[in-house]
Design a protein around this ligand. Structure first.
Ligand SMILES: [Zn+2]
Ligand SMILES: [Zn+2]
Length: 417
């Protein structure tokens, strides 16, 4: 146990951390262009925040949260997602007072007790954005564009964007009744989960992943057939914005989100080559959440994307940048005096902005040259007693093995040139 990380967690080792930094760098640059500011919320929150903010009756809250009682007898939960925390921070810090539209993004670890599989860990990483305070469908379009720009900018092609509207509480109560009427005489054929959803949240029946239930879904009534005037206008406007931005999309009437605070826009982006786990980003509008959490009624829209899955997609298409681990200079020191002089040189190289390394074990010339090679050094700087006496260093180009004596005082300038 001491040498095994807990199931569902993974070390990000030095040979892959560059991939993470690359993706996170692209995210930060894109968010800068779109005007989203980073927010970092605590890894753990009061359990009630997620019970209220995600909702009782969801798999996340009922089965997947890491919840424990702390030493002060409070119930604490490791965050399973970041929207509830972002809304809590928005309310607590009165960010709404600063602007009528607050645009936030986050990158971080989330925790869910789930069966680990490819691209799905118990500690996983998400990037997401939340735009709080504006009802205009232009913001929905902006959020979708940000997600598409990220994925396309990273080089993914043939992405599939699906959109839908899940309406508002008004149109949804009509839809619930229609769904219940439709499924009532089919209940015996549906899976157990769906039967328990029938009364509580019939919309979530449409989310069922069981193949045996799928045939029943095709003919089910569509939410977009019962949208109120405001919701259908919002949906039409969103499509207009997307079309104007040159984004292709399909309307998927089965794309629903079962919780009451979700309103209007729902969207999902798939990357089909990933197979069963092809959804790489998903989000939508949640005009009811901020009020649900004790704020005044405030419209909001956002999305999240799982970074593990995104990295899998990039890796499968060879879209991750080449790893460059090379150092500019490797100091090869032979003998005690050279060790001391070499250490001084090492630090001068670093102060001058070059990456530099040296051997601290007093190994042979051959072993040190081998190490220089392994690190992909551009130059080896060889120092022995003779060189020190002369005030020079042997500068050896690792690519063509050419070498020349250079005054110690001039070697940094020479490498930089
Ligand atoms: Zn409506
Ligand atoms: Zn089912």
């Amino acid at each position: 146990m001491l040498t095994n990380a807990p199931r569902g967690t993974k070390d990000i080792l030095p040979d892959t951390v560059g991939d993470w930094n690359y993706v996170e760098g692209e995210i930060r640059e894109l968010c800068r262009r779109f005007g989203y500011s980073e927010i970092r919320t605590p890894i753990f929150e009061h359990t009630e925040l997620f019970q209220r903010g995600i909702g009782e009756g969801t798999d996340v809250v009922d089965k997947e949260m890491y919840t424990f009682t702390d030493r002060g007898d409070r119930s604490i939960t490791l965050r399973p997602e970041n929207t509830a925390s972002a809304v809590r921070a928005y309310l607590q810090n009165k960010l709404y007072a600063e602007s009528n539209l607050v645009k936030l993004f986050y990158i971080g670890s989330m925790f869910r007790y789930d069966r680990p599989q490819a691209g799905r860990m118990r500690e996983f990483h998400q990037f997401g954005v939340e735009a709080l305070g504006e009802a205009n469908p232009a913001v929905d379009a902006e959020v979708i564009l940000l997600a598409m720009s990220l994925l396309e900018g990273l080089g993914l092609k043939d992405l599939e964007l699906s959109i839908n509207s899940v309406g508002c509480p008004n149109c949804r109560s009509r839809y619930r009744t229609m769904l219940q009427d439709f499924f009532r005489d089919k209940l015996d054929d549906l899976c157990e989960d769906c039967r328990s959803r029938f009364d509580r949240s019939p919309l979530r029946i449409l989310d069922c992943k069981k193949d045996s239930d799928k045939p029943y879904m095709a003919d089910a009534p569509k939410i977009t057939d019962c949208l109120c005037e405001e919701c259908s206008g919002h949906f039409a406007k969103l499509q207009e914005y997307l079309t104007n931005a040159g984004i292709s999309f399909q309307h998927d009437p089965r794309l629903v989100r079962g919780l009451d605070y979700y309103t209007k826009t729902a969207f999902e982006i798939k990357y089909p080559p990933l197979g069963a786990q092809s959804a790489v980003a998903g989000g939508g509008r949640y005009d009811g959440l901020i009020e649900e959490m004790g704020g005044s009624p405030t419209p909001a829209v956002g999305f999240a994307t799982g970074l593990e899955r995104l990295l899998l997609a990039l890796e499968s298409q060879n879209l991750l940048p080449e790893k460059s681990r090379s150092v500019d200079a490797y100091v090869v020191a032979l003998g005690e005096a050279a060790q001391s002089e070499g250490f001084k040189l090492l630090n001068q190289l670093r102060s001058a902005g070059l990456s530099a390394a040296m051997d601290f074990a007093g190994r042979s010339m051959k072993a040190q040259m081998k190490q220089a090679n392994k690190l992909g050094a551009r130059y080896a700087l060889i120092l022995g007693d003779d060189e020190i006496a002369e005030g020079v260093v042997m500068l050896r180009s690792m690519s063509d093995s050419q070498q020349e004596k250079v005054a110690i005082s001039g070697v940094i300038g020479k490498i930089k040139a």
